[in-house]
Design a protein around this ligand. Sequence first.
Ligand code: PHE
Length: 363
Amino acid sequence: MSDEPQTLEALEAELTADISNAGDEAALEAVRVKALGQKGLITLRLRSLGQMDPDTRKIQGPLINGLRDRLSSALSAAKSVLATRALAARLGRERIDITLSPRPDDFGTIHPVSQVSDEIIEIFSALGFVLAEGPDIEEDRYNFTMLNFPPGHPAREMHDTFFLDGTTEQGERMLLRTHTSPVQVRTLLANKPPVRVIIPGRTYRCDSDQTHTPMFHQVEGLVIDRNIHMGHLKGTLEAFARAFFEIDNVKMRMRPSHFPFTEPSVEIDIGCKRSGDEIRIGEGDDWLEILGCGMVHPNVIRNCGLDPDEWQGFAFGCGIDRLAMLKYGAPDLRAFFDSDVRWLRHYGFHGLDQPSLGGGLSR
Ligand code: PHE
C-alpha cells in the first residue's frame, strides 16, 4: 500500500485490473486474498468503518460494501471463466483420437494356445458346434462317477488327480478336473438333445516332463442325436484335421483303445514323416497320435437321464498344447507356460490376425 491512502475508485481500478490480468485460478485466488482475505485491502476498509464517526460511516459504508459486492461478483465471474478454460485445455490435452488405428505391435502377442483354441473353435463352429464350458474345480461325480468310472475303478488311478481338501455338502470329493469330459455330463444335464458342443479348457494332472505340465489344455467335442454312428465321428475328425493342418489330404487311422465313458473307444493317429526333430504332417509312413474318442457309453447317456436306445453320439478329447506344438513346431511344452517374452515374441501371433476359415486360419 502506498503512504497516500488510495481512493476507493483507484482501489477498484487496481483490483479490477488484477482480476483481468489473472491468468489462472491460482493467480485469481491471490487477488481474492489481496482484496478480501483477512488482511485484504477491502477487508481492512470494512473494518475501519467501526472507527468512523456516524456521518462519515453513513456515506462510506454503502460505498465500501458496494465495492466489496462488485469485486466479489467480478471474482466469481472470472473464476468460472478460468475454470471453463482450464477444463477445455485439459480435455484438449487428454483427448484420445479414437480414429487412430491400433498399433498391435505395442500389445504383445497372442499365445499359441489361445491361437490354436481359436482355430479349433472356428473350425467346429463352421460344422455347427456351439461353445460350452465348465469349472476347473470339479466334483468327483462329474469328473469320474457319472462318466462310468465306478468308485475304486483302476482307470481313476491313471489320471494322477489333484484332490482338494474337504468335500461338498453332499459329501462329494472336490478335485482339479483331469480332463474336459465332465463338461459332457454337465452339458447333457442342462440341455435337451440334439447337442453339438465344443469345449475348450484347462485340465490338471500331477505330471511334469518335456511333454507334460501339471496344467494343460484340452478340447472336448460332443455330439448327441438320433442315429449317430462311428462314420459321423470319422467324417467330423477328418474334416477337422484337413482344416486344422491346412492340407487337403490327411492320412488318418483309428486304433482300438479304452475309455470308460466311450464304447467302442479309439485313438486317432495322423500320418506324418519325421526327419530329426522335424515332423511333417500329412506325408510319410509314420503315425502320430492326436486324440482319443469313441461312441458315448450308454451308461453315461443313462446317467444324464436320457434313454440310450433313443439317443446316441460320439465324443472326442484332444490336447490343445500338443496340437500347438505339432502345428507350430515348439519342442518343449514347459516353455508354453514360462511367460518368457522372447519365446512369446517368437511363437506368438499378431493380435489382429483372427483365425477364420475364410481369411486363413494361421496365415
Ligand atoms: N478324456 C479323455 C482323456 O483325457 C479323452 C477322451 C474324450 C476320450 C472324449 C474319448 C472321448 O484322455
